[in-house]
Ligand binder design. Structure first.
Ligand code: ADP
Length: 345
């Protein structure tokens, strides 16, 4: 992250305070060092900063006005008035520095604010576009289903095969768009989680039963392990968390070969509750692991997917006060873990 980005994220009072501290620091340097060094600090530094962050004309303006004030101060502070003029000059000099530093820092924060606004607008436009694409896709999918069901007349076997391929591809596009829209909603501040106590054991059991149907198609067994069959309560948004469990289980099924095993562990710890989805699937190369939660990142190209599922999962878990991570050995399997705050009755 560049210094401009770091400064741009700070609040205005903090930037002002920072400017103030900088001026004090320069004052101390001025007091402790020889005149040449302090002149460099008091004139050259602001000129360089202004030129770098504001523009060439600002640098020239400060340089010219510094030189003029210097000359003026020298002229006025003749031998008759040294004791009055010098403190006034020093005060003016430091006040000037203060305003210059603050002005530069505020300009930086404004530029950062502007770039954040543009980024928000870009994301809003993309989600509006995705939203408008969703309806025609659903309608086209509906007509294709009718054609496939034979309601519009018979098709040859080859035609039918192509229609089914089209339907699959449309379905994939629809899933991309839905995932993209969900991620945009999660990233926007309007979609805040609504935390409430709920029984994590029951939520996991229910979701596992739903996903079992898909797993059985690949002869994959899903095992649920909890220490005792008691209710383990968490404080989180139940609907959002169900989405996370579904994503992790879908991935485990998608990336595990036939006759594999998926184990779901639920562990109650001191401060939080830990959920693990362990599979005996294809695993992930070590170099991909730090990136798999990034938007659109995909470590494998074979199975169909959008690369958004894990980003959605991470946004949800973090918004609900938890953490999510992955461990994996290529060719042996993966473990996806997440935590959530425990509920204390
Ligand atoms: P996708 O839609 O591609 O599955 P995800 O965001 O859910 O997108 O996952 C990102 C990438 O992480 C996937 O493309 C895949 O390479 C890897 N991945 C996720 N879960 C697993 C898993 N259980 N086993 C192996 N690789 C996985």
């Amino acid at each position: 992250m560049s210094i401009t980005e770091i400064l741009g994220k700070q609040s205005k009072p903090l930037l002002t305070a920072l400017g103030f501290v900088l001026v004090l620091l320069i004052g101390v340097i001025d007091y402790l060092t020889d005149p040449l060094f302090s002149s460099l600090m008091l004139y050259l530094v602001p000129i360089i900063l202004a030129t770098r962050f504001v523009g060439r004309s600002a640098g020239i303006l400060i340089a010219v006005s510094s030189a003029l004030t210097w000359v003026l101060a020298d002229m006025i502070s003749g031998p008759a008035y040294p004791h009055i003029i010098i403190p006034i000059w020093n005060l003016a000099e430091k006040l000037g520095m203060f305003f210059i530093v603050v002005y530069i820092l505020l300009r930086i924060s404004k530029a950062e604010e502007e770039s954040r606004r543009l980024e928000r607008e870009r994301k809003d436009m993309l989600s509006m576009f995705a939203h408008d694409m969703k309806n025609p896709l659903i309608v086209a999918g509906g007509f294709l289903s009718r054609l496939i069901s034979g309601k519009a007349g018979p098709f040859t076997e080859k035609q039918m095969e192509y229609l089914k391929l089209m339907k699959d591809e449309l379905g994939r596009l629809e899933r991309y768009i839905k995932d993209f829209l969900e991620l945009s909603r999660l990233e926007s501040s309007e979609y805040k989680p609504v935390p409430a106590p709920f029984n994590m054991s029951a939520a996991l059991k229910m979701r596992i039963e739903m996903e079992r149907i898909e797993a059985e198609k690949k002869d994959i067994n899903i095992e649920f392990r909890i220490p005792e069959d008691t209710a383990i309560m968490v404080n989180a948004d139940a609907i959002q968390i169900d989405r996370v469990i579904a994503n992790l289980l879908n991935n485990a099924i998608k990336y595990t070969g036939s006759s594999g095993t998926i184990i779901v562990n639920l562990i109650e710890r001191d401060k939080d509750v830990l959920v693990q989805v362990v599979d005996t699937g294809i695993g992930i190369m070590e170099k991909h692991i730090p990136h798999i939660f990034d938007t659109f990142y995909r470590a494998s190209r074979d199975a169909g997917g959008s690369g958004l599922g894990l980003s959605i999962a991470r946004s949800i878990v973090e918004a609900n006060g938890g953490k999510i991570w992955a461990e994996s050995i290529l060719g042996k399997g993966s473990t996806f873990s997440f935590t959530l705050p425990r509920y204390y009755a």
